[in-house]
Design a protein around this ligand. Structure first.
Ligand code: G6Q
Length: 592
């Protein structure tokens, strides 16, 4: 069967979307612990309609059903210009999005834009940029966009423009970064600093690690950058085992400065420095902090002058461009860090001004909703960057997307009646091609993919080698969309009996994000693209993308478990499984 013809009837696409029962008016979900429901959070944007009851949502549901049998081969065959029409560029960011390999028609896009309008995405976007407390469950403004505003920018939190404070911290960061990079900042024994170790976890780790890896080619190579996040002592041990504390500065990144893992590792580092250097005063020259909690920072022994402020209106997973990015600035230098911020800001401006049909975050966000809620019920999204420098980008995006939109309760405190945030995962291409791509091409599950690539290499790799990398990227998009028909397989000489094993059905959607070059500016724009796409999805689903109470439950229970492990005997307050595991652990730990 030639490419473009109707797919065989047995096309193994995704299982039908899980459709939760239609939602009659439901009572708000009571909080754990049987306490009476808290008062409904105040909503800054008036009353909302439940998303799945909107006529625009229902129209998309019906349209999705009709489009289900359509193959991308047919869509491309009937519109020769599809590949140049269904794409958009964010001018000034170097980012181009080709979304033509999604199973969408012009009608689909129109219906998605109608849902976007009915969900008041632009109004809520404007409310975010105006400093409204759109994180309503925590009654907080969502101000990461203020972190990259120029000095003349305006972002009011509780009636105060915070942009001057942002720039004051940036100046402080630049002074520190300059001193480390030039060698002016000396360790306690007068030695030059060669190692910078970031201690933090979650939003205080994933952004810095990803940015360092992504922009390594721009970094000052004689400086060593390392990252400690896990409370597993192995992380601290392996990171520090070959370092000289006299040449090492620790950046303790913790917005709250109460996070168990970070404080445990910071204390281990302090003990290591003080013991090895035999001087408690060494802390002053070997530790700086990024936090919003001055009291705890002082208690730890770090001088207030060596603390870089952040604010409660910046969420951890949205903070890589705040002082949490101090290690990034030391690595790539103040000028490159400014370029990173300008990339973020360029995408912010694009998000605020481009019409939906040319607005990259809106397109990416609405297409994710289409695949997730209407066409396939796709449960995951594969992020496939064709750049080895972006190998930590999937992990970074996992937190951004899943911590933001992994919610089942809406802004009214009611369970949602549809799937929300999909599972994000991925790996740098071409490595993934030789492992899990098999499932993408021939598995029973349907996995939409974001293929990310760059037109120019940043390192010393040859043009030929880079051409090969990009050839693989475009070939994968092609293979996912069009597959290989039975006729093609047989024409290649495969015996008819074996042909089914060789057939790739195709019709698997992908976005291709093709950027000019991986520069600090492009990285900023790319991250902001996903930040805003996540925002768009959260608004349409009517959930709070900026809280993370699920994460906090784990933090709380770990404290109780640690107390039971440390206690000698006594009655367990845990369930029989947890308590038996703790007892078994205590028995064997003692034996060791
Ligand atoms: C991010 C989350 C979470 C947070 C970490 C670290 O949005 O809130 O990942 O970043 O728990 O918190 P601290 O920075 O307060 O240590």
């Amino acid at each position: 069967m030639p490419i473009g013809s109707t797919p065989p009837p047995r096309t193994p696409v995704a299982p039908p979307a899980r459709t939760p029962p239609a939602s009659p008016p439901r009572a708000p979900v009571p909080p754990a612990g049987g306490k009476p429901p808290a008062a409904a959070p105040s909503r800054p944007h008036g009353k909302s309609v439940r998303p799945a009851s909107r006529p625009e949502w229902l129209a998309l549901k019906a349209h999705g059903g009709k489009l289900m049998p359509t193959h991308l081969r047919d869509l491309f065959k009937t519109d020769e210009r599809r590949g140049t029409r269904l794409c958009a560029e964010a001018i000034g960011t170097g980012i181009y999005l080709d979304y033509s390999k999604n199973r969408v028609t012009d009608e689909t896009m129109q219906l998605l834009f109608k849902l976007l309008a009915a969900s008041e995405v632009t109004q809520k976007r404007d409310a975010m940029f105006a400093g409204a407390k759109i994180n309503s469950t925590e009654n907080r403004a969502v101000g990461h966009v203020a972190l990259r505003m120029p000095k003349s920018g305006m972002f009011n939190v509780d009636g105060r423009n915070v942009v001057p404070e942002v720039h004051a911290v940036l100046e402080q960061m630049m002074t520190f970064a300059g001193k480390i990079r030039s060698g002016e900042w000396r360790g306690n024994s007068g030695r030059r600093i060669r190692n910078i170790v970031n201690i933090g976890i979650g939003g205080s780790d994933l952004g810095p690690v990803m940015a360092y890896e992504a922009l390594k080619a721009y970094s000052q190579r004689e400086l060593n950058f390392r990252f400690i996040s896990n409370v597993d002592g192995a992380d601290f041990h392996e990171v520090t085992r070959d370092l000289d504390p006299g040449e090492t500065v620790f950046i303790v990144c913790s917005k709250t400065f109460t996070t168990q893992e970070t404080l445990t590792n910071a204390n281990a580092a302090k003990q290591w420095v003080v013991t090895t250097m035999r001087d408690p005063k060494a802390v002053a020259r070997h530790f700086v902090a990024v936090s919003s909690n001055l009291d705890e920072v002082k208690k730890f022994g770090i001088e207030p002058a060596n603390m870089f402020a952040m604010w409660d209106w910046v969420g951890g997973r949205y903070s890589m461009d705040s002082a949490i990015g101090l290690s990034t600035m030391v690595a790539i230098g103040p000028e490159n860090f400014r370029a990173l911020l300008s990339g973020f800001h360029a995408m912010d401006s694009h998000f605020r001004s481009a019409p939906p049909e040319r607005n990259l975050p809106m397109l990416l966000g609405m297409l994710a909703i289409w695949n997730n809620n209407f066409l396939f019920g796709a449960e995951t999204v594969a992020v496939l960057p064709y750049s080895n420098y972006l190998k930590r980008f999937p992990a970074y995006l996992q937190q951004l997307t899943m911590e933001s939109n992994g919610k089942h309760i809406d802004l009214e405190g009611m369970p949602v009646a549809f799937e929300t945030g999909p599972i994000y995962w991925g790996e740098a291409g071409t490595n993934g091609q030789h492992s899990f791509y098999q499932l993408l091409h021939q598995g029973t599950r349907l996995v939409p993919s974001d293929l990310i690539g760059f037109c120019q290499p940043v390192d010393g790799s040859s043009v030929e080698q880079h051409d090969l990398l990009v050839a693989n990227l475009v070939a994968q998009g092609e293979a996912l969309a069009f597959g290989k028909t039975q006729e093609q397989v047989i024409a290649d000489g495969v015996p008819a009996a074996m042909a089914p094993h060789h057939v790739c059905d195709g019709n698997r959607p992908s976005n291709t994000i093709l950027c000019e070059k991986l520069t600090p500016q492009t990285l900023g724009a790319l991250v902001a693209l996903y930040e805003h796409a996540v925002f768009v999805q959260g608004v349409v689903w009517n959930i709070d993308s900026f809280d993370q109470f699920g994460v906090e439950l784990g933090k709380h229970l770990a404290k109780g478990a640690a107390a039971e492990i440390a206690a000698k005997g006594g009655k367990s307050t845990k369930d029989s499984s947890t308590s038996a595991l703790i007892k078994r652990y205590q028995r064997f730990r003692k034996a060791v």
